[in-house]
Design a binder for this molecule. Structure first.
Ligand code: ATP
Ligand code: MG
Length: 229
């Protein structure tokens, strides 16, 4: 809460396909820096700007990975708002929904520097600008250049981690390890659900036996695809 007693809520949207340490490190540092009471990791139902460009893991599976990655980190939650709303996911609708659910709260919309530069392409970005403070975190390889006139902007410096879901999917596809880049809980979830299983996935860390071919837990072994992962 701030001095006026308003609850401070952050909205950190993403496709999270899959979630990785870059997301989590940004989340905990933003929550700390801005003294947020809650930070919602909002899993996009249909990331409309990515649709058609590649196949996207079903939203419920991406949500399960986010939940599993978070465990019980205080103040940071996986949010189903966009999944429950259905259809294409527009952040403006999400911010408006959170504002309606929590009247009088202070809202913060968190994005990486790469996203900050393309906000003008978002649907009704003026609604977000009106209802929330934009929080921009640094991201390796992205320099924010957009002017962001009309936005209330807070910049939060987070440890720079050069990791992306795109790279992780490429790693899964050619058999390189995902270890430590994807939180262990999410890796366990991924394996149990057989996600990215059409890709060749190598994970060598995790609980004893989890990443060792031939020593998979029963549930994961049953779901093991024909391709080695
Ligand atoms: P993809 O490569 O599939 O686009 P991604 O790694 O960019 O995946 P998203 O789900 O698209 O992950 O990103 C959600 C949000 O997290 C965006 O605002 C993005 O800028 C931010 N983000 C992702 N990775 C990092 C990182 N390593 N450091 C800081 N911010 C990040
Ligand atoms: Mg991205």
């Amino acid at each position: 809460m701030d001095v006026s007693g308003a609850v401070r809520i952050g909205i950190f949207g993403g496709t999270f396909d899959p979630i990785h340490v870059g997301h989590l490190v940004a989340a905990v540092n933003v929550r700390h820096a801005l003294r947020l009471d809650r930070l919602l990791l909002v899993v996009a139902n249909e990331p409309w700007q990515k649709a058609g460009l590649r196949s996207i893991t079903p939203a419920t599976d991406r949500f399960a990975m986010v939940e599993a990655a978070l465990g019980d980190v205080p103040g940071i939650e996986a949010s189903r708002l966009e999944i429950d709303r259905g259809g294409p996911s527009y952040t403006a609708d999400t911010v408006a929904e959170v504002a309606a659910l929590h009247p009088g709260s202070d809202l913060f919309c968190v994005v990486g520097a790469d996203v900050a530069d393309v906000l003008a392409t978002w649907e009704q970005s003026d609604v977000i600008a009106r209802l929330a403070t934009l929080v921009v975190v640094n991201r390796p390889g992205s320099v924010r250049s957009a002017a962001l006139d009309g936005w209330r902007v807070a910049e939060v410096e987070v440890p720079a981690l050069e990791v992306s879901s795109t790279d992780l999917r490429a790693r899964a596809a050619d058999g390189r390890p995902l270890d430590y880049l994807v939180p262990e809980g999410a890796v366990t979830c991924m394996r149990a659900r057989g996600l990215y299983a059409d890709m060749q996935m190598t994970v060598t860390s995790g609980r004893p036996g989890l990443g060792v071919p031939g020593a998979l837990p029963a549930a994961a072994a049953r779901m093991r695809p024909a391709v080695e992962w």
